[in-house]
Design a protein around this ligand. Structure first.
Ligand code: DQQ
Length: 570
């Protein structure tokens, strides 16, 4: 009986999610809803997710013949994680409207019968895409497999054929068979051979295990990993790519230009950490600038909130590098079963090296702006100490808001104590409601009118040796009156350059998602929030200053955001 019910549910899921443009399956009442149907509660409207069920890591993003492809770890049977996971597949011509296709890879063969886990796409010469992915085999060991499109002239790349000689690689000596996974996009060394890295755990160190191949089929293990870290646990979803110095343009993974550096990213201990360095393909050596990745919280992070198992790709159409990351839910598995879906992807972000070369900068891809509707704007507006005002005229639960604040005077700023070295801890003390000197100032989003539910995204400015250090916080502690949801407060430091006269904040608010970019994308914090009032009524959004000094908003622009086609309208 149970099996029968299971089959019916499975069939319904398959019929609903596969092979059609979900935009046509149903519609929300209006593009800018002012009344929120209970069933819509928390459902993001312009962040990517499949119409139903569980999704985790982004897999194999690529641009091919006019379409962006996003594959993802997907459970077709329900809204919780299932080890026997498949590769879901959606395509878009503009990164905002999506067509959901049949699953691309499902467990069928001895080399992946227990799950088609994460992996990447590489475009081989002649514009031939290939997938490298982890299969969990009959013995439950993790092996790396290859798949190619059945028909390369199909721009949707609907069908994939698994290579009959799979697996290409099995866990090498010293690597635990269940800690060997997530092949990266491959790159060509200067000698013309391919390289790829695989995440793992070797001798208790997190590793990006390096392989080389002349033909993409036979892969030879290199003795030393590309990079490793102690006390990190297993490395998942390693990414390795060049970034241009002095340009926001992206580079192909196999580019060798005069002015480039490299990024190694690994997912471990629930976060995505990266390090910048230099790479010499002749000697297979990546040399980090500074310490390299460790188990400590001092590593650079893509995002200081919820963001995991991310992956980048080089977008050959627009000459940029794009980053996707998985944003988990903050509610419980029981909630997710009730909702019938769990997991979303971040807004695709363009990623490039900062001017000073010390970190990456991330910014929502320009296509996001196509979704902007109603617009309100202010400039040169004084925000008195301990005051707030509401931004009206836009849909506060679907908003793209960008503010730049004038930097305070140096003499008005508190000194950053040497012991205040952990921004997340500091955000827990310097709450939005605790008045400081230069701040806190920022936004109250997804707020009820009486402010009993609110999420504060804000800055507080400090000085350290006559330079500004800005603390950026996303405070979920009052985001919902509901019990049983994760309300962790997140924080990041932004080291400002002396000449910075302003500090900007952009937040993409999408019902249960608050994705924020501080200082033009130098720090990102993503949070999930589930305010109770929003089951019934539309949200409010406020700008506040709880500091003891007045501040000046240089500019404020806010737009209602239209629903992204195919992303949500189930
Ligand atoms: N998720 C996949 C693994 C990967 C992990 C399984 C990261 O391949 O290591 O769904 O979230």
């Amino acid at each position: 009986m149970k099996a029968f019910a299971f089959c019916i549910i499975y069939l319904c899921c398959v019929l609903h999610s596969n092979g059609k443009d979900v935009h046509n399956t149903s519609r929300v009442a209006s593009q800018y809803p002012d009344r929120i149907a209970k069933s819509q509660q928390g459902k993001p409207s312009f962040h990517f997710r499949p119409p139903h069920n569980w999704m985790n890591d982004p897999n194999g993003p690529v641009y091919y013949k006019g379409f962006y492809h996003l594959f993802y770890q997907y459970n077709p049977y329900g809204s919780v994680f299932n080890r026997t996971i498949v590769w879901g597949h959606s395509v878009s011509s503009d990164l905002t409207s999506w067509i959901h296709l049949n699953n691309a890879l499902v467990p069928t063969e001895p080399f992946d019968i227990n799950g088609c886990w994460s992996g990447s796409i590489t475009i081989l010469p002649g514009n031939k895409p290939v997938i490298l992915y982890t299969g969990v085999d009959t013995n439950n060991q993790q092996v790396q497999n290859l798949a190619t499109p059945r028909n390369v002239s199909d721009p949707f790349l609907k069908e994939w054929v698994k290579y009959s000689g799979n697996p290409l690689t099995t866990p090498p000596k010293g690597v635990n068979p269940d800690n060997f996974r997530d092949p990266s996009t491959a790159w060509k060394g200067k000698d013309g051979s391919w390289r790829m890295v695989i995440g793992g755990l070797r001798n208790n160190q997190g590793v990006a295990i390096l392989y080389r191949s002349k033909d993409f089929i036979h892969w030879i293990l290199h003795d030393d990993p590309l990079h490793f870290g102690v006390e990190t646990g297993v490395w998942e979803c390693p990414d390795f790519y060049p970034v241009s110095v002095n340009s926001t343009s992206g580079l192909d993974n196999s580019a060798y230009e005069e002015n480039q550096k490299y990024v190694v990213k690994a997912s471990f201990l629930s976060h995505d950490y990266y390090v910048i360095g230099n790479y010499d393909s002749n000697n297979e050596k990546f040399v980090p600038e500074g310490k390299g990745l460790t188990g400590s919280s001092s590593n650079l992070r893509y995002d200081y909130g919820k963001f995991y198992a991310s992956k980048t790709f080089f977008d050959v159409a627009k000459n940029r590098r794009i980053l996707w990351g998985w944003i988990t839910e903050s509610d419980s598995a029981t909630d997710d079963i009730k909702k019938g879906w769990a997991g979303i992807q971040s807004i695709p972000r363009q990623v490039y090296l900062s001017n000073n070369g010390r970190q990456l900068v991330q910014w929502p891809v320009e296509e996001t702006e196509k979704l902007r509707g109603n617009h309100v704007t202010y400039s040169n507006k004084k925000l008195k100490r301990k005051s707030l005002f509401e931004v009206r005229g836009i849909t506060a639960s679907q908003v793209d808001i960008q503010i730049s604040f004038n930097m305070p005077k140096m003499e008005d700023v508190e000194v950053l104590e040497p012991t205040w070295d952990d921004p997340q801890t500091l955000c827990n003390t310097k709450l939005a409601r605790v008045s400081g000197r230069a701040g806190p100032f920022g936004l109250l989003v997804m707020a009820s009118q009486d402010l009993t539910e609110q999420t504060a995204v804000f800055f507080q400015v400090f000085k350290e040796s006559n330079k500004f250090v800005v603390l950026m916080c996303s405070d979920q502690s009052r985001s919902s009156l509901r019990q049983g949801v994760d309300k962790t407060i997140y924080g990041a430091f932004i080291h400002m350059d002396y000449e910075d006269k302003m500090i900007s904040l952009r937040s993409l608010v999408d019902h249960s998602v608050v994705e924020s970019f501080g200082a033009d994308g130098r720090a990102c914090i993503t949070a999930r929030v589930y305010p109770q009032f929003h089951e019934r009524i539309e949200a409010h959004i406020y700008v506040f200053n709880n500091g003891s000094r007045d501040i000046v908003i240089n500019t404020l622009d806010a737009w209602s955001v239209k629903t992204g086609r195919g992303a949500v309208t189930d």
